[in-house]
Write a protein that binds this ligand. Structure first.
Ligand code: SF4
Length: 262
């Protein structure tokens, strides 16, 4: 039985062809945007910080050294920088600033008990449902008042508004998973760390909102499973897409070496 992640569902809505190439044809590409690379390194630094927190508080300088080490170890030739005039060091320094700001805001990291870091979850969309879901929660916490908290780090440069987060599908989807797997999670808070702005935003979901989300996701999975055409859809996403050579709307551009993607 197939299992669906929220990024997979979002990907289908953004471009059905890219979805097919990744999830149906399973064509691997190692190219990635520097923004995604930075995001991964930030997540790794946070995971290490909170794993170590069970034993000690990692000093900021040690955390930054860890971040720089994994940055150097994981850097590869397929990391693409699309913004003209920007270098890898610009992005590395940006990530350092994110870590410094986060560290100063949350030190000494005693805001509850860690229940899971990069926690992989698998769950049915509803009891007895044929729709199987999966996801990875950046950090799952038990707050001092007994609420479960789903923490998500965002390193992007777009600032979401509160109304957008109140309808955000990703953390609502994770809430369904958490309350399925841990029925004692009666109260769940959704928390975004928007580290480019040194800002934390929160939201909650009512039972009705979660039911609406279940219906929306079930409808989307039905649509994916009935899809036959998988048409390309041009958008800003194309600038970070590694499948230009397989895409009818972009492949004619591949032959022009060094073509800017903006
Ligand atoms: S280049 Fe754009 S339209 Fe083509 S597959 Fe990638 S995202 Fe879709």
């Amino acid at each position: 039985m197939p299992e669906y992640s929220i990024s997979q569902l979002n990907n289908f809505e953004e471009c059905a062809l890219q979805y097919r190439l990744i999830y149906v044809d399973r064509i691997k590409r190692y190219e990635e945007g520097v923004e995604a690379f930075l995001g991964q390194r930030f997540h790794e630094a946070m995971e290490w910080l909170y794993r170590e927190r069970a034993f000690r508080v990692v000093p900021l300088e040690e955390l930054l050294a860890y971040y720089e080490k994994v940055w150097a170890e994981r850097w590869h030739a397929e990391v693409k920088i699309n913004k003209e005039g920007r270098t890898a060091d610009d992005y590395k320094l940006m990530g350092r600033r994110f870590i410094e700001d986060y560290y100063k805001r949350h030190y000494p990291f005693e805001e509850g008990r860690v229940l899971g870091l990069e926690r992989y979850i698998r769950f049915p969309l509803a009891e007895g449902s044929r729709y199987n879901c999966k996801g990875i929660i950046d950090r799952l916490m038990l707050a001092p008042d007994g609420a479960f908290e789903i923490h998500d780090y965002k390193t992007g440069s777009g600032l979401p508004d509160q109304a957008g987060l109140d309808e955000d599908r990703q953390l609502g989807f994770y809430q369904i998973g958490v309350q399925t797997l841990w029925p004692e999670a009666k109260e769940v808070r959704l928390i975004w760390h928007l580290v480019a702005f040194d800002l934390e935003m929160r939201s909650r979901r009512t039972p009705d909102a979660l039911e609406g989300l279940r219906c929306e996701i079930a409808g989307l999975i039905d649509k994916i499973e009935a899809e036959r055409e998988f048409a390309p859809h041009e958008s800003a996403l194309c600038n970070w897409c590694p499948y230009w050579d397989l895409c009818p709307v972009k492949k004619h551009l591949v032959k022009v070496e060094g073509l800017p993607r903006d």
